[in-house]
Design a protein around this ligand. Structure first.
Ligand SMILES: N[C@@H](CCC(=O)N[C@@H](CS)C(=O)NCC(=O)O)C(=O)O
Length: 202
């Protein structure tokens, strides 16, 4: 399969993390979102939503939306356990991630990291939403090692993708030790060579 993505995007990293963790063969097709490469006629013919990530399978079928993609890739693996209740919990976190986490934390990160704007000029509603999202994660992770069930799943991967860059959006994890510990567990589970940025762990 081909994964169309931009490595600065947490949504794209989710797909890469799942494919790598499961040892799925793929070709990474770089798409530069800042240069408008998601809006070309060729890209839109495959992915009408005009966003990354997108996956083109060998039979020609194409799929967009990060959480739909990782759910599809993980089927039958330990990242998406068979238990219906655990799957329901995973879906709960995947929907929450897209509605309450990514639109706040990732948007603030884009504002600061890619537009070069100072933290003070972030949208206050996005800031409040991001802080509330991180607080909710902290409460969950005080009580549990992982987000759904008892094991590392795609719910953790989806939430890890942008939480690891929270500091780049002006959010501090200093008072969120359970989130910091969980980030470390995710890094280990994914076999990533690096640590989260020092600011995130401060
Ligand atoms: N809900 C989508 C969001 C995808 C998304 O926002 N992609 C951004 C990069 S993170 C993008 O492609 N932006 C470029 C554009 O909209 O043209 C998903 O989870 O895949």
């Amino acid at each position: 399969m081909q994964i169309y993505g931009d490595l600065m995007s947490g949504n794209c990293l989710k797909v890469r993390y799942v494919a790598d963790r499961l040892g799925l063969p793929y070709t990474w097709v770089p798409v530069d979102i800042l240069r408008g490469e998601t809006r070309t006629p060729e890209y839109l013919a495959r992915f009408p939503m005009g966003q990354v990530p997108g996956v083109a399978f060998p039979d020609g079928r194409c799929l967009a939306q990060s959480n739909a993609i990782i759910r599809s890739l993980a089927r039958g693996s330990a990242l998406l356990p068979e238990d219906p209740w655990v799957q329901a919990e995973i879906d709960q976190w995947l929907f929450w991630e897209q509605y309450s986490h990514e639109p706040t934390i990732a948007v603030c990160r884009f504002h600061m990291r890619y537009k070069g704007e100072p933290a003070e000029t972030r949208d206050p509603k996005k800031v409040a939403g991001g802080e509330a999202a991180l607080d909710l994660m902290e409460r969950r992770l005080v009580a549990a090692d992982w987000f759904a069930g008892q094991t590392f799943t795609i719910a953790d991967i989806a939430l890890f993708a942008y939480t690891q860059f929270a500091d780049e959006g002006g959010f501090s994890l200093a008072a969120r030790p359970a989130v910091r510990s969980w980030l470390g567990r995710c890094i280990q589970a994914l076999g990533l060579p690096r640590e989260p940025s020092p600011a995130a762990l401060a």
